[in-house]
Design a binder for this molecule. Structure first.
Ligand code: GLP
Length: 241
């Protein structure tokens, strides 16, 4: 079920992902599902370089982000809104109205989850970019998240908070404990998915996603049931395959 591409390094992972992105960008109105984290940054850099050197226009693209921390103001330096603008949107020409990121600072978070899910049910994501957590999470769907989950409030595990503490002065207490995330069933509706992973600390998660049982203990294993997933990894992340 998985198309697996094993490369030598992070830059090659980004190049392979960019080649798939280029194809999607040929659609008239490409709908992109986007992720945060260090894994897609190289891809985003290549998209910006493509616009700058080749004049590729992203004006017709529509984007939906996977997740957002709850409790951080939108313009907080570690919000995913800020991350996406700094690492991608500020370098492209996607109209701001085409950019969709759930609001982790909404007054009524449950209502925000419903609103975001409804928007997503009214569209089809052509290409969903995913990273993978070292515990096998995708978006913020942590181990044990039901496979039929829609956009919802997720509690971050200690491991995820520890992994992300590097962005919060290495202080785990500063990492938000909750996030809004697309659910696993939401993610699975995308037409095409690419998963990016590099480094030895992803090897277990990559193994669990591809070779492990399709069980909720490894959220990414739900992708075994999708017909068009490309996993792009370096040798370290592929070590257990
Ligand atoms: C974060 C994000 C995920 C991301 C994952 C891996 O917690 N919510 O969307 O894929 O962790 O991040 P990284 O790519 O930095 O390893």
């Amino acid at each position: 079920m998985f198309n697996i591409i094993i490369t030598e390094n992070y830059d090659q992972v980004s190049t392979e992902a960019f080649m798939i992105m280029k194809k999607t960008m040929k659609l008239e109105n490409p709908v992109l599902g986007l992720a945060t984290g260090s894994s897609p940054i190289g891809l985003y850099k290549k998209m910006i370089a493509d616009r700058n050197t080749n004049g590729t226009s992203y004006r017709n693209a529509v984007t939906y982000n996977l997740d957002e921390y709850i409790g951080l103001p939108r313009y907080h330096d570690q919000s995913y809104w800020t991350f996406m603008h700094e690492n991608l949107f500020d370098g492209l020409n996607i109209p701001e109205v085409n950019i969709h990121i759930p609001r982790g600072d909404a007054e009524d978070i449950e209502e925000e989850c419903r609103r975001y899910e409804e928007e997503l049910q009214n569209t089809v994501i052509d290409l969903q970019i995913l990273g993978i957590g070292s515990d096998g999470h995708i978006g913020f769907n942590e181990p044990g998240t039901p496979f039929d989950s829609l956009t919802h409030v997720a509690e971050l595990t200690q491991q995820t908070r520890a992994d992300n503490a590097r962005f919060f002065d290495d202080d785990i207490e500063k990492v938000p404990a909750k996030a809004i995330t697309m659910g696993l069933a939401t993610i699975l509706r995308a037409n095409q998915i690419i998963v990016l992973a590099t480094g030895a600390n992803k090897a277990d998660a990559v193994y669990g996603m591809i070779k492990g049982p399709k069980k909720e203990i490894c959220p990414a294993s739900i992708l075994q049931g999708h017909g068009n997933v490309t996993v792009i990894v370096d040798r370290a992340a592929a070590a257990r395959l």
